[in-house]
Design a protein around this ligand. Structure first.
Ligand code: SF4
Ligand code: SF4
Ligand code: FES
Length: 458
């Protein structure tokens, strides 16, 4: 079978979720059949439907190459960038052979596939003070930062603010006030930056907020949703570890003790003993924790949930009174994992985004001269990190600070750029990327001559 890009145009059925809050009508599904090559994107398909059949279809887009983050939607129920989802891939996951396209979740719909990012996403980003609070005195020339520190925050810098993680966050669905994955990943970007003067204050703020770092339920949805491998949940866990293990912040939400009780119970029993979780979260990791007055109070307030869990058979009275049991051999294996992790002298913070080596890519960079100056290993690492940064195909960036920090791109390779002014979230493009964007625009519109104007919202 020929590759997708060699195959001739074929028909694709689209089912679009339509809704105009100003019309007073309820949301409805609208179907159109478009004709495009299978390697074309879902965005192109929607634009064709808009151009050919119904000019009132609303979708937001700009770069069409997975850089600007404006075309976030749900395709067959999963969050995706419409411009970064091929039609053949979308069709393979389509129920009944019809590609379903809906607006993102957890944000109010403005029209059809366009959601109000200001109302949710950007408000939450603003909540975490998304700029550097520079250490004083500001050096006359520039801050010199260890390269490893910049590599460490590279992953969060790859965020294109598309909102896909926000759309799928389960904690946010239950508690819309939760600061959320994108904003907390952004918070790590500054907590992890040694130039920032307020690491402790930032962490304390996010730990004490009942809708802060301890509100995340580790569901992994944001990790799966992110088109740029930012791993927001991983960044939240890093914020927690620094707040608790390094900065010894005791949060008023009992988050740290809850985590300790959770891991302690699994270490002791091999499985979670749900009934002991709450008392131990208050009274420490001992059997007598349940007699702590705060635990009693919380227990009383949790009674409705406990009764519901009992009625639905999620917890049995016997299960509540006794810990679960697993075979002794298995318990030993579980405990050996704890021994190994806890026995380490230093905590590993593995940033998977830049882990591993791609020698071919690094060689290519050096050959192309873009990694010149990356003389030592750390420099090479930065170049690799940049090389692996998601972006438009065929583009690379030598700036370890990524697209977000375009202002510092004049810094020599391997040196962190100086930043004395707050970077504007979601703006400022890496010159390399900007250039590629222009080149791509120069390629011209799609076969149907759809508009290529920036930020078009129909
Ligand atoms: S892991 Fe946490 S932040 Fe990520 S989607 Fe789940 S609850 Fe939200
Ligand atoms: S973390 Fe990923 S999914 Fe979330 S806004 Fe940034 S790029 Fe999008
Ligand atoms: S990310 Fe899809 S249009 Fe920019």
């Amino acid at each position: 079978m020929p590759e997708a890009h060699d195959r001739p145009p074929q028909q694709f059925k689209l089912r679009l979720r339509r809704y105009d809050p100003e019309s007073g009508q309820a949301p409805y599904w609208d179907e159109h059949t478009v004709e495009l090559e299978p390697h074309r994107s879902v965005l192109e398909a929607v634009l064709q439907a808009r151009d050919r059949f119904d000019g009132s279809i609303g979708i937001r887009c700009s770069c069409r190459q997975a850089i600007c983050g404006s075309c976030g939607v749900r395709v067959n129920g999963e969050p995706a960038l419409a411009c970064h989802t091929h039609l053949d891939a979308a069709l393979s996951g389509a129920p009944e052979g019809v590609i379903e396209i809906e607006p993102m979740g957890n944000m109010p719909v403005i029209k059809d596939l366009i959601v109000d990012m200001d109302e949710v996403h950007w408000k939450k980003i603003q909540r975490v003070t998304p700029w550097l609070l520079a250490k004083q005195p500001v050096p006359e020339r520039e801050y010199l930062v260890p390269k490893e520190s910049m590599v460490d925050v590279t992953q969060t810098m790859a965020c294109i603010q598309c909102g896909a993680c926000v759309s799928d966050c389960l904690a946010m669905e239950v508690d819309p006030g939760f600061i959320g994955p994108a904003a907390l990943a952004k918070a790590y970007r500054f907590v992890g930056d040694p130039r920032d003067a307020e690491q402790h204050e930032r962490l304390n703020d996010l730990a004490q907020d009942p809708q802060g770092i301890f509100d995340c339920t580790h569901c992994f949805k944001c990790v799966e949703a992110c088109p740029k491998d930012v791993n927001p949940m991983g960044q939240i866990m890093r914020l927690r570890r620094i707040a608790t293990s390094d900065q010894h912040i005791v949060d008023q939400n009992n988050g740290e003790r809850h985590e300790k009780a959770f891991t302690g119970l699994i270490k002791d029993n091999g499985l979670l003993w749900e009934a002991e979780l709450l008392p131990r979260s208050y009274g420490g990791n001992s059997f007598f924790g349940k007699f702590h007055p705060a635990a009693g109070k919380e227990l009383v307030s949790s009674l409705p949930s406990i009764v519901k869990a009992l009625l639905r058979g999620k917890v049995t009275p016997a299960g509540a009174l006794k810990p679960h049991k697993i075979p002794g051999e298995d318990l030993k294996r579980v405990q050996s994992i704890y021994d190994r992790v806890e026995g380490r002298e230093e905590r590993y913070e593995l940033n998977l985004y830049i882990a591993g080596e791609d020698e071919a890519a690094a060689d290519e960079l050096v050959t192309a001269g873009v990694a010149s100056g990356a003389a030592d290993t750390a420099d090479a690492q930065v170049a690799e990190g940049a090389a692996s940064a998601p972006g438009p195909e065929g583009t690379t960036s030598t700036d370890p600070t990524g697209p977000e920090e375009g202002a510092g791109s004049s810094a020599p390779a391997g040196e962190a750029p100086s930043t004395t002014a707050p970077p504007e979230a979601g703006t400022g493009q890496d010159p390399e990327i900007e250039k590629t964007g222009e080149e791509a625009d120069a390629v011209g519109p799609g076969e149907d001559g759809e508009d290529t104007e920036k930020g078009s919202e129909g």
